[in-house]
Design a protein around this ligand. Structure first.
Ligand code: RB5
Length: 148
């Protein structure tokens, strides 16, 4: 599975550790920045990773900022993105199984490394269940269509 990852400066250190972890699990991961702890703006990286997902260059995206909120909000502005911000593994897993989330976000000021690893693993191993959930996703994309 190919994973696109991004963060702002606040998420940078945790992102580097998560990239290492993903490699130990043998995922193919590409970092879309930021590449240092120099202050920057989370929407830039939310949008970059989101574009990679909707353009089908990557199957899943992971985003990290201080809380996971700003960067997930930014990604969710891209049509076709379903980004979830999670601070525990149960919601992460269910967000894939029921909501077919294509981006997982979390906050480096909220979760520690070990919890972040657990959240990431549960989400990556979860599969969308389809069935009744597909119709609900269609209702979500209908909302998006009506905005255009
Ligand atoms: C940056 O100070 C901080 O606002 C950002 O990392 C994130 O938490 C925003 O949601």
């Amino acid at each position: 599975m190919k994973i696109a990852i991004g963060s702002d400066h606040v998420g940078f250190d945790l992102k580097i550790k998560i990239i290492e972890y993903l490699k130990t699990l043998e995922y193919e991961v590409t970092d879309f920045g930021t590449y240092s702890k120099k202050r920057t703006d989370y929407p830039v990286y939310g949008q970059k990773v989101a574009n990679e997902i909707v353009n089908r260059n990557f199957e899943r995206g992971i985003l990290i900022c201080g809380t996971g909120v700003g960067i997930s909000l930014s990604a969710n502005k891209v049509k076709g993105i379903r980004a979830v911000v999670c601070s525990e593994p149960y919601s992460a897993k269910l967000s894939k199984e029921h909501n077919d989330t294509n981006i997982l976000a979390f906050g480096s000021r909220v979760v520690g490394l070990e919890l972040a690893k657990m959240i990431v693993k549960e989400w990556l191993e979860a599969k969308f269940e389809g069935g009744r959930h597909s119709n609900r996703l269609k209702l979500i994309s209908d909302i998006e269509e009506k905005q255009n």
